[in-house]
Design a protein around this ligand. Structure first.
Ligand code: UDX
Ligand code: UDX
Length: 436
C-alpha cells in the first residue's frame, strides 16, 4: 500500500484517485474548489461518470479515499503526487498552463519529504522540465523530488474501465528509478508499461489523440464520398475495421469529434509545431474538416425543411458524446447556433447534459421527456447517440411532430425502417438510400 495524493477532482483526477484507492492504496484527493470537496465529503459527485459514485463511496467507506483542500494535509506522508488539473486551450490554441503552475508551486511550498511528482494532465512537450524548475525555485528549503510524466488515456463515460484495463501505461522521466516506482503502482493493471524520457512521454499523448481525431475526420470524409457515390459508410467502416492494421475503433462517421481532449490537444500540437517552424498541415485539415461537420448538419436540415426560418427543431442529445454530462466543445453548441442564426426555434432533450447545457444555450428550450420535446417539431436532429434513443417508440415520436423530418447525425436508426414508418429521414454517409 502506498500513499498517493491526486490534485484536481475533475474527470481525470477523481477517476484516477478512486481507482488507485480501489487497488488498495491510501489516496488523498485535493482540489482548490471548496464546493467540490465539500460535495464529495457528502457523497455528491462534481461530474457524471458511470459507476464513479459507487466507486468513490466504497473506497471512502473502506478508509482508503479522503478529500481535502489543504496541501499541507494532502502531502503529509505522501510519496506520490499526481497532478490532474485542467489544461484548457488558451486564445491561440496553446495549452493554458496556469493551473499546472499553481499546483506545482503549492506542492513545492508544502512538501516536507522527498516526493515523486507525476503529471497526468495533458501538457505541452517540455512541461516536465518546466514543472521541475517551478518546484525547485518555489521550495522554501531544498528537498529531493522527481518529475514523471504519466499521460492519461481515459475516455469519458468509460473512464473507470479504461483506467482498470489500459492498453498501455506510458511513463517518462529523467529519473529512471522514479519512473520504475510509478510503474509499480500500475503493475496490478496488467498492461504493457513503456518507460521513456519526459518529452517523449508527453508527445505520445498528443500523437495518440491527434491520430484518433484524424481517424474520425478521415471516416467522415469517406462518409461524404459514400453519400455522393451511393455506398454505405457503416458497412465500409466495418469492412475496413477487420483489417488489423486499421482496426474497428474510431470509425463511426457523424457530426465529428468534440469534448475536452481532442479539440484542445490537436490545437495545442499544431501550435507547438508552428512555434518551431514545422507546418502541421495534416492537423490543420483535420481540424477544419471537423468543424465543417457542424455546418454540414445545419445545411442538411435546412435543405430537408426547405428553409429554417420560423421552424421548430428538436435536438435529441446535447452532450459531446453519450454517457457524459460534458458539454465542452460539443457539436450541439455550434449546430444550435447555426440553426438559430437561420431563424429556427430550438428545443432539446438530453438524459444528463441539460443542466450543463442551459448556460451555454440559453435560447434553447429544454424538456425532461423526448416525446414532449418532439411535440409540434418540424424536424428532429440526433446529435448524440445515447442508447436510450435506440429504444424510442418511433411511431409515438412521429405522431408528436408537425412534420416527420429526422436528420440522424449519428446513424442511430435504420434508414429503411425509418422510411417505412413514414419519416423523411437522412443519416450520414448512407448514399445507397438514394438508390432504393
Ligand atoms: C483533465 C486533464 O487535466 C487534462 O489535461 C486532460 O487532457 C483532460 O482531463 P479534467 O479532469 O477534465 O482535465 O478537468 P476538470 O474536470 O476541469 O478538473 C480539473 C480540476 O482541477 C477541477 O476540479 C479544479 O477545481 C481543480 N484545480 C484546478 C485544482 O485543484 N487546482 C488548481 O490550481 C486548478
Ligand atoms: C478521448 C480519448 O479517447 C482518450 O484516450 C483521451 O484520454 C481523452 O480524449 P473522450 O474525449 O472522452 O476521450 O472521448 P472519445 O470516446 O475518444 O470520443 C471523442 C470524440 O470523438 C467524441 O465527440 C465522439 O463523439 C467522437 N467520435 C468517437 C466519433 O465521432 N466517432 C468515433 O468513431 C469515435
Amino acid at each position: 500500500m502506498e500513499q498517493i495524493c491526486v490534485i484536481g477532482v475533475g474527470y481525470v483526477g477523481l477517476v484516477t484517485g478512486a481507482c488507485f484507492a480501489d487497488l488498495g492504496n491510501r489516496v488523498i484527493a485535493l482540489d482548490v474548489n471548496e464546493k467540490r470537496i465539500e460535495g464529495l465529503k457528502q457523497g455528491v459527485m462534481p461530474i457524471y461518470e458511470p459507476g464513479l459514485k459507487e466507486l468513490v463511496e466504497r473506497n471512502v467507506r473502506a478508509g482508503r479515499l479522503f478529500f481535502t483542500t489543504s496541501y499541507a494535509e494532502a502531502l503529509k506522508g505522501t510519496g506520490y503526487v499526481f497532478i490532474a488539473v485542467g489544461t484548457p486551450s488558451g486564445v491561440n490554441g496553446e495549452a493554458d498552463m496556469q493551473y499546472v503552475a499553481a499546483a506545482a508551486r503549492s506542492i513545492a511550498e508544502n512538501m516536507t519529504a522527498p516526493l515523486i511528482i507525476v503529471n497526468k494532465s495533458t501538457v505541452p512537450v517540455g512541461t516536465g522540465d518546466w514543472v521541475a524548475d517551478i518546484v525547485r525555485s518555489a521550495q522554501p528549503r531544498p528537498l529531493p523530488f522527481s518529475v514523471v510524466s504519466c499521460p492519461e488515456f481515459l475516455r469519458e463515460g468509460t473512464a473507470i474501465a479504461d483506467f482498470m484495463n489500459p492498453h498501455r501505461t506510458v511513463l517518462g522521466s529523467l529519473d529512471r528509478q522514479a519512473a520504475e516506482k510509478v510503474a509499480q503502482l500500475h503493475l496490478p493493471l496488467n498492461a504493457p508499461i513503456l518507460i521513456t524520457d519526459l518529452r517523449t512521454a508527453e508527445m505520445i499523448k498528443y500523437a495518440s489523440n491527434a491520430f484518433l481525431a484524424t481517424k474520425i475526420s478521415f471516416i467522415n470524409e469517406i462518409a461524404d464520398i459514400c453519400e455522393a457515390l451511393g455506398a454505405d459508410v457503416r458497412e465500409v467502416a466495418k469492412g475496413m475495421g477487420y483489417d488489423k492494421r486499421i482496426g474497428p475503433a474510431m470509425l463511426e462517421a457523424g457530426l465529428g469529434w468534440g469534448g475536452s481532449c481532442f479539440p484542445k490537444d490537436v490545437k495545442a500540437l499544431a501550435y507547438m509545431a508552428e512555434e518551431k517552424g514545422v507546418p502541421p498541415s495534416i492537423l490543420k485539415t483535420v481540424m477544419a474538416t471537423n468543424y465543417e461537420r457542424r455546418r454540414m448538419a445545419v445545411r442538411k436540415v435546412d435543405a430537408m425543411l426547405g428553409g429554417l426560418n420560423g421552424k421548430v427543431i428538436g435536438l435529441l442529445g446535447l452532450a459531446f458524446k453519450p454517457n457524459t454530462d460534458d458539454m465542452r466543445e460539443a457539436p450541439s453548441i455550434d449546430i444550435a447556433h447555426g440553426l438559430i442564426a437561420g431563424g429556427a426555434r430550438l428545443r432539446a432533450y438530453d438524459p444528463v447534459a441539460m443542466e450543463n447545457a442551459r448556460a451555454l444555450l440559453p435560447a434553447v428550450d429544454m424538456f425532461d421527456d423526448p416525446y414532449v420535446m418532439a411535440k409540434g417539431c418540424d424536424a428532429l436532429i440526433v446529435v448524440t447517440e445515447w442508447n436510450e434513443f435506440k429504444q424510442l417508440d418511433l411511431k409515438k415520436l412521429k405522431r408528436q411532430m408537425r412534420t416527420p423530418v429526422l436528420f440522424d447525425g449519428r446513424n442511430v436508426y435504420d434508414p429503411v425502417e425509418m422510411r417505412k414508418l413514414g419519416f423523411v429521414y437522412q443519416g450520414v454517409g448512407r448514399g445507397y438510400e438514394a438508390k432504393e
